[in-house]
Design a protein around this ligand. Structure first.
Ligand code: GDP
Ligand code: MG
Length: 643
C-alpha cells in the first residue's frame, strides 16, 4: 500500500502534523514546515520499507530461544561475552525450566534493515499470547527440530500463522545432532506448507550454522509493514507488564500513525485513558526514543494503574483522534482470556493469609489472566480459589508464591469450572466440588470440553484412539500430514486431559505423540460429587466432581494413592471414597507404634534434636482431620506423580 516514497513535490493526503505546528503560518515559513512534513513522511515510509517484523514459532523445545540467541549475536545486538543461553527468557523460572513464559521483543540491525523479533511462548497455556504476537508481525520463522519432526504445536502454530496471513519461513533446526534426519523432516514440512523440500533452510542454533541465511531470508521474503503514517494512531498491544518502579508498560506494534512521548492515549476495548510517559524500542534493553513510527515495534511506559486496563489484544489510539469524532476501527482479534483451571491455595498457617492475599494482588498486577476469590475449607482454613490458563500456569504461580514470597501452602487438586442449572432453571458457575448443590436441586451439570489434536507416527494411531476413548473422548477426524505422520482430531472433557493424559500419550507412543488443544463448549454430562473420607470424616478439600461412570475408578485410585501418602498413625485409619453417602472404595492405613527416638541407641543429642526438628517441620506441613495428620501433597493427589 503505502510503501513508496513520495517525491518532495507531491502533497501527502493529510497533514496531521499541522495540529502540533500551531495555527497561522505564513509564506516561506509555511513552505519550510511543509518540507519538514514531507521529509518526515518520507522518513516514515523509508523506515517501513527497511523494516521486517517477524516471530519465531515452534513446538516447545525445538529451539526458538536458542536460534534467537544466535541472531542476537550475529547482528551484534548482544556481544558474545554478554551472552547467556536463552537470553530472551528473562525470568529465573524460565531459565530453570528451559521454557519461555513471557515473550520478549528485540530490535536488531542486519545490513541496512531493522529486524524486530518477537520470541513467543511455545506452551499451549499461553497460546493467546502467541496469537497476539503473530498479529504484530508480517512473517514467521517456523522452527522444526529435525531430530523430532512436526509435532502438535508445530501444526497449531502454523495454522495460526496462516490465519494471520504471515509469510512462513520454514527452518530445520538441530542439524548438528546425530539423530537429525533433515531429509525426512524436510519432506514433512514441504507437504505441510506446499513448498519444495530443497528450499528449506537447515540450521543449528547450537553452532550457528545456517543462521545468516535465515536472516537474509527474512529480509527477502517477509514483506515490509503496511500502514498509513499519516492516519490516526492505531497500535496493537501484544503484551503488557507491570514494573514496580515504572508502572504499566505496553508492548506495542504501531499499525497506523505515530506514537510520541507525552501523547494522551485511549485504549479502545477497555476505554482506559493514560499518558505515554516514555516510548522506546527494545535494543535489546528498553531504550527511550522520541517516537515509535508506523510499522515499528516498541514499548510505552504509561501512568495506567494496572494491566487489567491494558489487556493484550487491545488497540491504543490518541485521545485526540477519538475526540475529533473520527471513525476509528479497533484492530481485530481482541478477546479477554478466561481462566478455566481452578485450585485452592491455602497457607499452612493462618498468619500467612494476609501475605498470600498481598502476593496474589502483586502477581495479578502483572498477569491479567490470573483470577482469585476467597475460599474457606473446614480442613484447610482460609485461602483462595485461584484460576489459571492451564496446569503450567498453575505450577508457575505456585512456585513464584513459594520462592518470591516465601509462602508455605497447601494446594488442592486442580479442577475445571462447571455450569449448574438448578430445578428452578437458574444457572450458576461453580469452581469447586464443595459448591455443587444437593443432587435433588440439580437439573443438569455442564462441563467444559476441548478440541484436541494429537500428531503421531501412523503406527501408533490404534493406541492413541484407544486412549482417547478411555478419557471419554470422541475421535472426530483422522488425516495425514504426509504418508507417515498422522493427525488425530478429537473432542474430550477438559477435566480428563488435565490429569495424566499427556503422560499416558507419551508412554504409549514411545515419546513421539504430541498434543495440543483449545477449549470448545460446555456439555451436559452425568456428573456426580465424589467425597473422600479419612477415618470416617469427609475431607472437603479432597472432594471432586467426576463422571458417574468414572467415579468408581477415580475413587479407587485416590484412596490407593492416599494410602501411600498418609503416614501410619498409632491407630488404623480408614480411607474411603463415597458418592452421595455410598462407599465405593476403601483402603486402610495400618497402625504403627512409631517411636523414632527409641531407635537411637546412643545419647547423641544433636542427632536427636535434628530428628525432632525434622519431625516438627514435617508436622507444620500436615493438616489435621479429626485425629489424623494429612501431608500437604495428599491434597494434590490427582496430579502428584510420585507414589
Ligand atoms: P524453545 O522451547 O523452542 O525456546 O527451545 P530452546 O531454545 O529453549 O531449546 C530447547 C533445547 O534444545 C535446549 O536444551 C537447547 O540447548 C537445545 N537446542 C536448541 N537448538 C539446538 C541445536 O541446534 N542443536 C542442539 N544440539 N541443541 C539445540
Ligand atoms: Mg523458548
Amino acid at each position: 500500500m503505502c510503501t513508496e516514497v513520495l517525491p518532495v513535490s507531491a502533497k501527502p493526503a493529510a497533514t496531521p502534523f499541522s495540529a502540533t505546528m500551531g495555527g497561522s503560518q505564513g509564506g516561506s515559513d509555511y513552505y519550510d514546515m511543509y518540507l519538514a512534513v514531507i521529509s518526515s513522511y518520507n522518513q516514515a515510509l523509508m523506515n517501513q520499507s527497511t523494516t521486517r517484523n517477524f516471530c519465531i514459532i515452534a513446538h516447545i523445545d525445538h529451539g526458538k530461544s536458542t536460534l534467537a540467541d544466535r541472531m542476537l549475536e550475529l547482528t551484534g545486538t548482544v556481544q558474545k561475552r554478554d551472552m547467556q543461553a536463552q537470553l530472551l527468557d528473562s525470568m529465573d523460572l524460565e531459565r530453570e525450566k528451559g521454557i519461555t513464559i513471557k515473550l520478549q521483543p528485540v530490535k536488531m540491525k542486519w545490513n541496512d534493515y531493522t529486524l524486530n523479533l518477537i520470541d513467543t511462548p511455545g506452551h499451549v497455556d499461553f497460546s493467546y499470547e502467541v496469537s497476539r504476537s503473530l498479529a504484530a508481525c508480517e512473517g514467521a520463522v517456523l522452527v522444526v527440530d529435525c531430530s523430532q519432526g512436526i509435532q502438535a504445536q508445530t501444526l497449531a502454530n502454523v495454522y495460526l500463522a496462516i490465519e494471520a496471513g504471515l509469510e512462513i519461513i520454514p527452518v530445520l533446526n538441530k542439524i548438528d545432532l546425530p539423530a537429525a534426519d533433515p531429509e525426512r523432516v524436510a519432506g514433512e514440512v514441504a507437504s505441510l506448507l506446499g513448498c519444495k523440500p530443497e528450499t528449506i533452510l537447515r540450521v543449528s542454533g547450537k553452532t550457528g550454522a545456517g543462521v545468516p541465511e535465515v536472516l537474509d531470508a527474512i529480509v527477502e521474503q517477509v514483506p515490509p509493514p503496511k500502514g498509513e503514517p499519516e492516519a490516526p494512531l492505531r497500535a496493537l498491544i501484544f503484551d503488557s507488564i507491570y514494573d514496580i518502579h515504572r508502572g504499566v508498560i505496553l508492548f506495542i506494534r504501531v499499525v497506523d500513525g505515530v506514537i510520541k512521548r507525552h501523547d494522551e492515549l485511549t485504549l479502545m476495548a477497555t476505554r482506559a485513558e493514560g499518558l505515554a510517559v516514555e516510548v522506546g524500542t527494545f535494543a535489546p534493553k528498553q531504550t527511550a526514543t522520541p517516537e515509535i513510527l508506523t510499522g515499528q515495534i516498541g514499548y510505552v511506559v504509561t501512568n495506567l494503574k494496572s494491566i487489567s486496563e491494558a489487556r493484550v489484544g487491545d488497540t491504543v489510539t490518541l485521545e485526540s483522534a477519538l475526540a475529533k469524532g473520527q471513525q476509528l476501527e479497533a484492530l481485530a482479534g481482541y478477546r479477554q482470556v478466561k481462566p478455566f483451571v481452578f485450585a485452592g491455595f491455602f497457607p499452612t498457617s493462618n498468619e500467612q493469609y494476609p501475605a498470600l492475599k498481598d502476593a496474589l494482588e502483586k502477581l495479578k498486577l502483572n498477569d491479567a489472566a490470573l483470577v482469585y476469590e476467597p475460599e474457606s475449607s473446614q480442613v484447610l482454613g482460609f485461602g483462595y480459589r485461584v484460576g489459571f490458563l492451564g496446569l503450567l500456569h498453575l505450577e508457575i504461580i505456585k512456585e513464584r508464591l513459594e520462592r518470591e514470597y516465601g509462602l508455605d501452602m497447601v494446594v488442592t487438586s486442580p479442577s475445571t469450572d462447571y455450569i449448574v442449572r438448578n430445578t428452578a432453571g437458574e444457572e450458576t458457575t461453580i469452581r469447586s466440588a464443595a459448591d455443587l448443590p444437593d443432587p435433588s436441586n440439580i437439573q443438569e451439570v455442564r462441563e467444559p470440553w476441548i478440541k484436541g489434536e494429537v500428531v503421531v507416527p501412523g503406527d501408533y494411531i490404534g493406541g492413541v484412539i484407544k486412549l482417547i476413548n478411555q478419557i471419554r473422548g470422541i475421535q472426530t477426524n483422522l488425516s495425514y500430514v504426509d504418508e507417515k505422520l498422522a493427525l488425530v482430531a478429537f473432542d474430550a472433557p477438559l477435566a480428563n486431559v488435565l490429569t495424566d493424559f499427556y503422560d499416558s500419550l507419551k508412554s504409549i507412543t514411545s515419546g513421539y505423540g504430541s498434543f495440543n488443544y483449545e477449549l470448545s463448549d460446555y456439555r451436559t454430562e452425568q456428573l456426580v460429587r465424589l467425597d473422600i473420607l479419612v477415618a470416617g470424616d469427609t475431607v472437603d478439600a479432597l472432594s471432586l466432581i467426576a463422571h458417574k461412570d468414572e467415579a468408581p475408578r477415580i475413587g479407587k485410585q485416590i484412596v490407593e494413592k492416599l494410602k501411600t501418602l498418609i503416614p501410619r498413625q498409632n491407630f488404623e485409619v480408614s480411607l474411603q471414597a463415597a458418592i452421595g453417602g455410598k462407599i465405593i472404595a476403601r483402603e486402610d492405613v495400618k497402625a504403627v507404634r512409631k517411636d523414632v527416638i527409641a531407635k537411637l541407641y546412643g545419647g547423641d543429642v544433636t542427632r536427636k534434636n535434628k530428628l525432632l526438628d525434622k519431625q516438627k517441620k514435617g508436622k507444620k506441613r500436615m493438616k489435621r482431620v479429626g485425629k489424623v495428620d494429612i501431608p500437604a501433597e495428599a491434597f494434590m493427589v490427582l496430579v502428584s506423580k510420585d507414589n
